[in-house]
Design a protein around this ligand. Structure first.
Ligand code: SF4
Ligand code: SF4
Length: 384
């Protein structure tokens, strides 16, 4: 087995991935100061970048799998080194060799599931639209105003199906002419790409793009910031350009156009967690807050690290599928920050965040003091 990856190969792969700019690194260490791993365990993006630069990257160890691609280091870097791209390039190399560190081993079965059924749960593809049974959700047709793409977690995960149902209630209430593609929908491929499997990403993306084109899709509504990011910023690599809108933006639009009225009070204190792929990666900070602030009696409170400084839940970069030992979970720290605001509800707008925070809540002493909600679940209560 390879001990140290070959210099030429690493350099070429990093270059292909757009990570060539890491040669600009001058080892200032600002990335390590802002990284959520600092203070939790010994991990240094600065060292990873240096290793890649010298062609001395260790691809067998845990380090290359730790980054959640939260984007805090890229935001802090004075040289635009592109740490996230460089880190993914190393994962691609490890994937090509079939080398997975212990914590990343679950990615092997995720790849099989995505290949076989188009979702990471190995759930039957034909059950992808089961969440919508009895909800007056139509199959998408080309004359509809928008395609609703719920994504894998909202289609199959029992907790997150509630978010898909809340979204359908909002769309129905606003009389939106929308539809879904059900079993014709594939995983968007964002997280498996960040976990290093470029080939599988390309396959999933190409199949989705063909389906969208075949069905005359022009505008796509998504619930996950990860689907949003890849459809909006990565699918255009295939020379396609669908209009992508996240549900937080869409609800804001429906209210502004007078199509949706928030008629009920929500007498709770709410703190909003910015998901990395909605906030830092796509600069959507205001719409979710503005929507929440339009709900009567709702009191919005901010956590200590908010907007651009938001503390990652730990689920990006494929880490949602990897093993993180207790005591090292970002979501435990973030949940504590939410509890410290005195909020009754911790709201967010991402399925990975919800899955991680629910898990942290289950294992915390604060399980009675705060609820975890997607913003659509709060809106659903404010309209019904
Ligand atoms: S912040 Fe940028 S320049 Fe500084 S050590 Fe990190 S990657 Fe290098
Ligand atoms: S993207 Fe986030 S988790 Fe990854 S190295 Fe940068 S700051 Fe750390």
């Amino acid at each position: 087995m390879e001990k140290l990856a070959d210099y030429k190969e690493i350099s070429e792969i990093i270059k292909e991935q757009g990570g060539d700019s890491f040669k600009l690194c001058y080892q200032c260490g600002k990335c390590d100061v802002v990284c959520p791993w600092s203070g939790i365990r010994n991990f240094s993006m600065r060292k990873l970048v240096r290793g890649g630069n010298l062609g001395m990257s260790e691809i067998e160890g845990e380090d290359i799998w730790l980054c959640t691609t939260c984007g805090k280091c890229s935001q802090a870097c004075p040289r635009n080194v592109g740490q996230v791209e460089s880190g993914i390039a190393l994962r691609r190399l490890a994937t090509d060799y079939g080398i997975y560190a212990a914590s990343a081993d679950p990615v092997r079965s995720i790849r099989s599931a995505l290949n076989a059924e188009g979702n990471p749960f190995m759930e039957d593809r034909s059950k992808r639209a089961d969440w919508a049974k009895g909800l007056s959700v139509k199959t998408f047709a080309s004359d509809m105003e928008i395609l609703y793409y719920p994504g894998c977690y909202l289609s199959y995960d029992p907790r997150l199906k509630k978010v898909a149902v809340a979204t359908a209630s909002i769309l129905n209430k606003a009389s939106v002419n929308y539809g879904i593609l059900g079993s014709k929908e594939n995983c968007c491929g964002e997280s498996i790409r960040k976990a290093g499997d470029e080939t599988l990403y390309l396959q999933l993306a190409k199949e989705n793009i063909k389906t969208f084109i075949d069905h005359g899709v022009k505008r796509i509504l998504v619930s996950s910031p990860h689907c949003y990011h890849t459809f909006k910023n990565e699918y255009p690599e295939f020379m396609v350009n669908f209009e992508i809108v996240h549900i937080a933006q869409y609800v804001f639009e429906l209210i502004r156009e007078g199509r949706l009225e928030l008629s009920k009070e929500y007498k709770k204190k709410v703190t909003y967690h910015d998901p990395c792929y909605l906030g830092r990666h796509n600069s959507i900070y205001d719409e979710p807050r503005q929507v929440l602030q339009k709900i009567a009696a709702l009191e919005l409170r901010e956590m200590v690290e908010t907007r651009e400084e938001s503390f990652c839940c730990g689920g990006g970069g494929g880490r949602i599928w990897m093993d993180t030992p207790k005591g090292e979970r970002f979501s435990d720290i973030r949940l504590q920050q939410a509890v410290e605001t005195g909020a009754d509800v911790m709201a967010t707008a991402c399925p990975y965040c919800i899955a991680n925070f629910e898990d942290s809540l289950l294992n915390s002493k604060d399980d009675e003091s705060i609820e975890i909600k997607d913003i659509t679940e709060i809106i659903q209560e404010a309209i019904s």
